[in-house]
Design a protein around this ligand. Structure first.
Ligand SMILES: O=C(O)CCC(=O)C(=O)O
Ligand SMILES: [Fe+2]
Length: 340
């Protein structure tokens, strides 16, 4: 309970595995979702060569001069909300994070009806021209992680006694995919007032499932809860494993039984930390509702009084797109006027 469990998900990824093997993996995922809301996955099948290439290209990009990075600044991405933001440009829990980043999403052409209609967060990516190959590697990685996301969601569905394709059919036929590459520069742990300078402040993720690749610097912390006590534990890097966690929408759908657990980052490595979170979220137009399953008869407590943002995810009614826009406006106040 106090550490983040590690789950071999090979049986969910391998099309020839037995139903029994799938159910066993699903049961482990279900236990992790009820307890920490966080777990590592190995046996995920994502090509190591692709991961290494993408990491090297990302390091190359962030090491470039600020004015070069600004050539793909978010303001140029318009309503699609893509591109680069500098250190301090994002406010996760009301204060600027010490991180810079690149935002990507599903690649849509300007002719796509949603783009033509001006739907926020939909559009083409804003890829840097240099280093050469970064855009292609990002697209290949997003495709690989989309497959993995569907496989992991089949396990989560089985863990709730639902059909394996429940999420793919009902909520994620056309998933909202947000992919980010963050660089956390080193720096003092506290500011002039003695307050900690977070790479990312305490927060929960907005959607259903986050699949995170982190480098070997460490610094990710997860808030666990046991017997009414909370405790921050480290989620250190594990060789060829992704860190997975569930977000507010799955918490909402399971009435709090599966937890969207708060987490934060403090880079103490004394060097840059690179992380690549992939957010695998419901369709933009999906209406979020509680799932009807006997596996969810013991609903969790409404925890809004203890939550980092004091909001109740359980009272939310509406589409995932509406939920996401409300959140994004808070973390990027400067871009809000343009998009909302
Ligand atoms: O960089 C990390 O390890 C975590 C990032 C994160 O929590 C997020 O982007 O939601
Ligand atoms: Fe997060």
């Amino acid at each position: 309970m106090d550490t983040v469990p590690l789950i071999d998900v090979r049986a969910l990824v391998d099309p020839t595995s037995s139903p029994q093997a799938r159910r066993e993996v699903a049961a482990r995922m279900g236990a992790a979702c009820r307890n920490t809301g966080f777990f590592y996955v190995v046996g995920h099948g994502v090509d190591v060569g692709l991961q290494t290439r993408l990491e090297a290209l990302a390091r190359d990009f962030f090491a470039r001069p600020e004015e070069e990075k600004q050539r793909v600044r978010m303001a140029l991405g318009g309503r699609a909300w893509r591109g680069f933001f500098p250190v301090g440009g994002e406010l996760t829990s009301g204060r600027p994070d010490r991180k810079e980043g690149l935002y990507f999403g599903t690649e849509l052409s300007p002719d796509d009806p949603r783009v033509r209609a001006g739907t926020p967060l939909h559009g083409p990516n804003l890829f840097p021209l240099e280093p050469d190959g970064l855009g292609g590697a990002v697209l290949a990685y997003m495709a690989a992680l989309t497959s993995l996301g569907h496989a992991l969601m089949s396990g989560i569905a089985l863990s709730l006694d639902l059909e394996a394709d429940f999420f793919a059919a009902r909520y994620m036929a056309d998933p909202t995919v947000l992919f980010r590459i963050f660089n956390y520069p080193p720096g003092p742990e506290a500011d002039a007032q003695g307050l900690p300078v977070w790479g990312v402040g305490e927060h929960t993720d907005y959607g259903v499932l986050t699949i995170l690749k982190q480098d070997d610097a460490g610094g990710l912390q997860v808030k666990t809860r046991q017997d009414g006590h909370t405790r921050w534990v480290d989620a250190p890097p594990v060789e060829d494993a992704f860190v997975c966690n569930i977000g507010d929408m799955l918490d909402r759908m399971t009435r709090g039984v599966y937890r969207s657990t708060p987490h934060r980052v403090l880079n103490r490595a004394g060097r840059d930390r690179l992380s690549l979170p992939f957010f695998f979220d419901p369709d933009w137009t999906a209406e979020i509702a509680a799932i009807d399953s006997p596996a969810l008869k013991d609903a969790g407590a409404d925890d809004h009084a203890e939550r980092w943002d004091r909001q109740s995810v359980h009272s939310f009614r509406g589409t995932y797109g509406a939920y996401l826009l409300g959140k994004v406006g808070k973390v990027f106040p400067d871009l809000r006027a343009e998009v909302l």
